[in-house]
Design a protein around this ligand. Structure first.
Ligand SMILES: [Zn+2]
Length: 342
């Protein structure tokens, strides 16, 4: 090994190292290049070559080696700066400050849920609590306990979804009356919201599955006056100052029975297509709880009396939001629901 050969080897390594370092495109590749250009093998080969030189040339060779080392370290440093700068530009260019902010998607309550919440809120102020019952009912709770005669047309297969073995999908929320009276002794005041099912076509005003809300008040000395006063108070809270009227009706589980109408919101009682020219809109069915319903639930009908009502929150939502077709409430069309969501 001569000094010139040593110089040539150092020059060759300078070139190899430069190529390897400048080929690195990111921090990981640069670290690999750093290890590679100063590997143990390379260091050993240089110190071996130094040892093979004549003694008078070693000082000059050491200077050449130091120069090589400083040069390579300089290239490494420069490459490091270049990679850092590229990463900084890349991470800043990913943030586009001119983009519109991402709108936060927020769910809203369905119009029927809003109506139920509001009804429950008004009655809660009058001391009513919420009671729930099963949607799959027995024939006895759905019909028998509610004073339906055994041959009542509502019990027909064409009207009711039977599940087999005496079970059916409840056709109204009224079974909750009997279930609650069996569980807790009067006085009680409850509201029972929930789904009910009937074999109906799915059209503009019918649906085979529909929400209903039931109300029940039982105590000593409750009369029809309490029913009228409470339901009139409710109608005026819900619909605003409006006239109401009660029309005689018939339900197996109430006696006497009445349907309550509120003055048409659209024509203010003059008569329009929405109210079929009558000026009134029917909103609920009600009546004094039939003594045999109280007896079926194990309540002494000589001592206690009560009143009950049933209302369709879907129908109420149609009135409130002026909907022409009940199917809008089932479509889950966000464009429609957004208009009424709160
Ligand atoms: Zn009208």
């Amino acid at each position: 090994m001569t000094l010139d050969e040593f110089r040539t080897r150092a020059e060759a390594h300078k070139n190899d190292a430069g190529v390897a370092i400048n080929a690195a495109v990111d921090a990981t590749a640069l670290e690999a290049a750093r290890t590679q250009v100063w590997s143990r093998t390379i260091q050993q080969s240089f110190s071996k070559a130094l040892g093979e030189l004549p003694a008078e040339d070693r000082r000059e060779a050491g200077r050449v080696f130091n120069e090589l080392k400083m040069h390579v370290d300089g290239v490494l440093e420069e490459r490091q700066r270049a990679i850092d700068a590229t990463q900084r530009t890349q991470s800043t260019s990913q943030i586009d400050l001119t983009m519109p902010a991402r709108a936060r998607w927020r769910g809203g309550k369905h119009p029927v849920t809003l109506v139920i919440d509001e009804i429950v809120g008004i009655f809660r102020e009058l001391g009513f609590t919420v009671a729930l019952g099963p949607e799959s009912e027995s024939e006895w709770y759905n019909f028998g306990s509610l004073n339906f005669p055994p041959d009542h047309p509502a019990m027909d297969m064409h009207d009711t979804f039977y599940l087999g073995e005496g079970a059916l999908l409840r056709t109204h929320t009224s079974p909750v009356q009997v279930r609650t009276l069996q569980r807790s002794a009067p006085p009680l005041r409850i509201l029972a919201p929930g789904m009910a099912y009937r074999v109906d076509p799915f059209d503009a005003s019918h649906a085979p599955a529909f929400p209903q809300i039931e109300g029940l008040a039982v105590d000593e000395g409750i009369s029809f006056v309490d029913l009228k006063a409470t339901l009139t108070h409710f109608a005026q809270r819900f619909f605003g100052k409006t006239r109401t009227r009660f029309r005689p009706s018939f339900f197996p589980f109430t006696e006497p029975s009445a349907e309550m109408d509120v003055e048409c919101r659209l024509c203010e009682g003059v008569g329009c297509s929405a109210c079929k020219g009558t000026g009134w809109m029917e909103i609920l069915g009600s009546g004094m709880v039939h003594p045999s319903v109280l007896e079926a639930a194990g309540v002494d009908s000589e001592r206690y009396t009560g009143w009950a009502f049933g209302m369709g929150p879907g129908r109420i939502a149609m009135l409130r939001y002026g909907l022409p077709d009940i199917r809008l409430l089932y479509d889950s069309d966000v464009r429609f629901l957004e208009q009424v969501a709160e």
